[in-house]
Design a protein around this ligand. Structure first.
Ligand SMILES: *Cc1c(COP(=O)(O)O)cnc(C)c1O
Ligand code: SF4
Length: 334
């Protein structure tokens, strides 16, 4: 490793240590006063506050309604119980097949290598997911290994979480080595919000590690961006690196009230993504997780937003509007 690469691989961890860990700190940074906000939630420790500085820098100053702030700000309304909402909205716990593996969809399996994230999104459907079902060891747990070897119809491993890019490079080195030894696995898909919230994580040494396997695996990224203001220059640069390495790039968004529930915003998002070489893949109807009900957009409104997008945009810029249903082996188109 060159000295320069060492610096870059440590930089993201430093940035993470430096992230905002309380609403008051972040609000102060963007010119707002937590004390004048009786609607803020006193945080409990099970889903603490976490926002990186690079993400915070994209928020407007002095605006309680900023769409990026809305995604991370803990509100008292989270405590309101709403019928139909629960702690495991998509049936994750029933689909657990082997330590850290979630096998719900036929040919592909989710591996959850870590419960950690670089940001805590208040609408997250895994906000109550027990961390004990994610792997904490280097590489694949033995049971997961056996499962993949036995089920040769599985040709794609989706790294999910948490955010899989929270793992260290050493962990990835081991994981890719082990996956490469399973002949049926030909694609690795990375579901991550880190290119948006902590782009420095994708430094050159990490990319080299992936590109080492470019003959063995097709690399597919599904990033998670909800609003065009999230796409800052550092994010663009990172996506450019991935494009240069011929990785396939997609985005998924969650339809969120007060964030992106408008055709104008989603149109801008698609245009910006395509400009960066990222294909809009899914627009998710909110999963009904406790604490996120205030983000819900009725499906009828979602459908009319989709109609506008279809009128305005080329087909490849229109994401699929879908809902995840417990126990169903594919996403339901809406
Ligand atoms: C969404 C999802 C996948 C991947 O679905 P694709 O339609 O292939 O993008 C796989 N497993 C689970 C449990 C999922 O929720
Ligand atoms: S898993 Fe994704 S949506 Fe959930 S908190 Fe982490 S980054 Fe946000």
């Amino acid at each position: 490793m060159t000295e320069n690469q060492q610096t870059t691989s440590a930089k993201w961890q430093e940035e993470l240590r430096d992230a905002f860990k309380s609403p008051a700190e972040l609000l102060d940074f963007i010119g707002l006063d937590a004390k004048s906000a009786p609607f803020l939630l006193e945080l409990s420790s099970d889903f603490p506050f976490l926002v990186t500085r690079t993400f915070a820098r994209r928020m407007a100053r002095n605006n309680w309604h900023d769409p990026l702030l809305a995604q991370v700000l803990p509100l008292k309304v989270e405590n309101d119980k709403k019928p139909g909402f629960g702690s495991d909205p998509v049936g994750d716990l029933n689909a657990l097949s082997a330590d850290s593996l979630l096998h719900k969809y036929q040919s592909r399996v989710l591996h959850l290598p870590t419960p950690a994230c670089a940001i805590h999104c208040r609408y997250c459907f895994r906000r109550h997911f027990p961390a004990t079902h994610t792997s904490h060891q280097k590489g694949l747990p033995t049971a997961a290994h056996e499962y993949l070897n036995k089920h040769s119809n599985i040709d794609e491993v989706i790294l999910s979480g948490g955010d899989p890019l929270m793992l260290s490079d050493d962990h990835f080195e081991q994981l890719f080595l082990e996956l490469a030894a399973i002949p049926s696995i030909v694609r690795i898909r990375i579901h991550t919000r880190i290119p948006i919230v902590l782009p420095s994580r994708i430094h050159s040494r990490f990319l080299d590690l992936l590109n080492h396997y470019s003959q063995r695996f097709t690399w597919i990224w599904v990033i998670h961006c909800n609003h065009p203001s999230e796409l800052s220059a550092d994010v663009c640069q990172t996506m450019q690196l991935l494009r240069q390495a011929s990785h396939l790039l997609f985005n998924q968004s969650v339809l969120l009230r007060g964030v992106n529930d408008s055709a104008d915003i989603l149109e801008q998002l698609s245009l910006r993504l395509i400009q960066m070489g990222v294909i809009p893949y899914y627009l998710h109807q909110l999963d009904k997780v406790d604490g996120a009900a205030h983000f819900e957009v009725p499906e009828s409104i979602g459908a009319s937003i989709m109609e506008s997008l279809r009128q305005r945009l080329p087909g490849y810029m229109v994401p699929k509007y879908v809902r995840e249903e417990a126990g169903k082996p594919f996403k339901t188109p809406l």
